[in-house]
Design a protein around this ligand. Sequence first.
Ligand code: GMT
Length: 380
Amino acid sequence: MKIAIVCYPTFGGSGVVATELGIALAERGHEVHFITYKQPVRLDLLSNNIHFHEVNVPDYPLFKYQPYELALSSKLVDTVRHFGIEVLHVHYAIPHAYAGYMAKKMLQEEGIFIPMITTLHGTDITLVGKHPFYKPAVTFSINKSDIVTSVSENLKQSTNEIFDVEKEIEVIPNFIDKKKYSSGYTDCQRSLMANDNEKIVTHISNFRKVKRIPDVVNVFHRIQEKIPAKLIMVGEGPEKEGAEQQCERLGIKDKVVFLGNSNEIDRILCFSDLFLLPSETESFGLAALEAMINKVPVVSSNAGGIPEVNKHGVTGFLSDIGNTAEMATNAIKILENDTNLEQFKDEAFKWALQFDILNILPMYEEVYDKAYKSRFKNSY
Ligand code: GMT
């Protein structure tokens, strides 16, 4: 099938999911066209089956805000016409579903019927999308999509609560590619990060408020009082500077490494003993799943869809948002005993396997097929 994927090209979870999905679809023989404003960060390889089309928004002094949706919908129209795209898959409702619907209507005028699948990722619903500035447009775009999918049961429920949704949302969970991890890194250089007696605790995110970065530092502060440990903070974002200051205030600066954004999180996770994810809200928690497939147990909040990924007492532990004392106690429970730690690592890996792309990809293919077959029926 010829599939166009619209996503954010950055380190955010939705962009990562969209990119990995496109790469896997191309490996299965589909022709995949990424349409976005920059080559997606995890897309380092273009091939016969993988194409990238850049959306350019020309600067014009009259515009205070450059009209990205307009440029995107025009690019979609051109790409669908030129390459005979059969299905349009947009990740993240704002503004992709809106621009996608405009493209669909423009193409319809020419007798081209292109079905649109919208995948909801989380913040497009729970944070940004429900704002009154956007809500009518987001509701419209969801209802005008041919098929809507969400990455967890919890996000489906929140979407139905927040918006007046007229159609059934299909849940297709996020995924990981098991075969990338089956051999493991032979050059897992733990000694570069910590001494032999130290445990390595990791956090990876976009350092936004919703990730509760001060909680990450607080939990680690309590852990290192009981167990020799290092904290590795991976990512960039507005809360990073505050976290650096917090570490300095708490006197743990020399035990915390800030690595910035990384394209090699598996190399970092391969020597990690514990992953912290105390988020305020999280539709799924892809970072936790990536940790688990690398045999890293997770101590997290019980927000949103996280309990669908992290199993309490099995792959890690869940606590109420903000309960850093309990998170630290649970972390110590996992880390203080090597036999215990090994068991949590094994369980994390085993549980993560059910989210292997081989199980999830056919769900997307089925959705594409269904949308394509009903493209004339859904010509609203
Ligand atoms: O906040 C982030 O982690 C980025 C954000 C995004 O939109 O890219 O992530 C959301 O989508 C991910 C992929 O589906 C989910 O795993 C994250 O849980 C979700 N983030 C939130 O809901 C806060």
